[in-house]
Design a protein around this ligand. Structure first.
Ligand code: ATP
Length: 273
């Protein structure tokens, strides 16, 4: 694989509305994410986190600047299925079993392989993972043939995450995927996510409001501020992996939490200014 970053945003600007009612959701945003990194976006409500994800996923266009995914536009990257999206609530098809839900997109998307190969960095792809095995690894071995309605919220979200990884996107965009879950389920899903990520090393762009989640999961925590939405700091989290539960008892983990919290406090103040 070449040195082309998985994601690159240069001088990105996104404005909603016109005239005095216009909102600058993002202004002069620069972000470079090397392949295989886990990057979290954190910041006060309205600082443009979801807007940034939508631009990367090709769901919207910037009003200024450029977004590229492995050196091509988000639209080209989407056509080649290089980008996977995990929304806040899992969108599983209610009439299909868990196993069919996660294997169906893999079958449908076979045509994307050719388009991937035409993108310079993707001449070689890994072989498709065994979805049944990934589901078992994610603790869903007993739920393979159940319908989504028969699962808890946490189990449904786990299935959605397995499905997203199974498509082998090069960039996985996750918009607060655990926000609706209780703390215990959330930590267990962080474990599962880290296990999958450590095995498949997909580039992840992850939005969260939780400082401890951001520090635990990420190689880099990007702190954003609103009015206008912008990046104020990128903090590299130099903690060893794998990051299991023991991490919560470690001083360095809490030092990173304090640092991110302090930068967030400044971001809130910059909103008030
Ligand atoms: N479709 C839209 N039309 C008009 N304004 C929008 C639209 N989408 C977002 N905005 C505005 O752009 C700004 C950034 O919104 P965005 O949803 O990206 O923030 P966020 O950081 O994801 O917020 P939250 O943490 O609350 O989800 C906000 O002021 C929001 O009101």
């Amino acid at each position: 694989m070449t040195g082309t970053p998985a994601l690159e945003l240069r001088s990105v600007r996104r404005v909603y509305g016109f005239g005095p009612a216009a909102t600058t959701a993002l202004d002069d945003v620069h972000l470079t994410v090397p392949s295989g990194r886990f990057v979290s976006l954190i910041g006060p409500s309205g600082c443009g986190k979801s807007t940034l994800l939508r631009l990367v996923a090709g769901l919207e266009q910037p009003d200024g600047g450029e977004v590229s995914v492995h050196g091509v536009t988000p639209a080209q990257a989407c056509a080649a299925k290089l980008i996977g999206l995990v929304p806040q609530s899992p969108a599983l098809l209610p009439w299909l079993s868990v196993l069919r839900n996660v294997t169906l997109p893999q079958k449908i998307n076979r045509g994307a392989a050719g388009r991937r190969e035409r993108i310079a960095d993707f001449a070689e792809r890994r072989t498709a993972p065994d979805m049944r095995e990934l589901l078992v690894k994610a603790g869903l071995g007993d739920a393979l043939h159940k319908l989504p309605a028969q699962l808890s919220g946490g189990m449904r979200q786990r299935a959605a995450i397995v499905r997203a990884f199974g498509l082998q996107p090069d960039v996985l965009v996750m918009d607060e995927p655990f926000s609706a879950l209780d703390e215990f389920t959330r930590e267990s899903l962080q474990d599962q996510l880290l296990d999958l990520w450590e095995e498949l090393r997909t580039t992840v762009l992850f939005v969260t409001h939780s400082v401890s989640e951001a520090v635990r999961l990420s190689d880099t925590v990007v702190v954003m501020a609103p009015n206008p939405g912008r990046i104020v700091e990128s903090i590299d989290v130099d903690l060893p992996r794998p990051r299991g539960e023991r991490l919560f008892g470690e001083r360095r983990f809490h030092e990173y939490e304090d640092l991110v919290r302090e930068r967030l406090r400044r971001a809130w103040h910059s909103e008030a200014a």
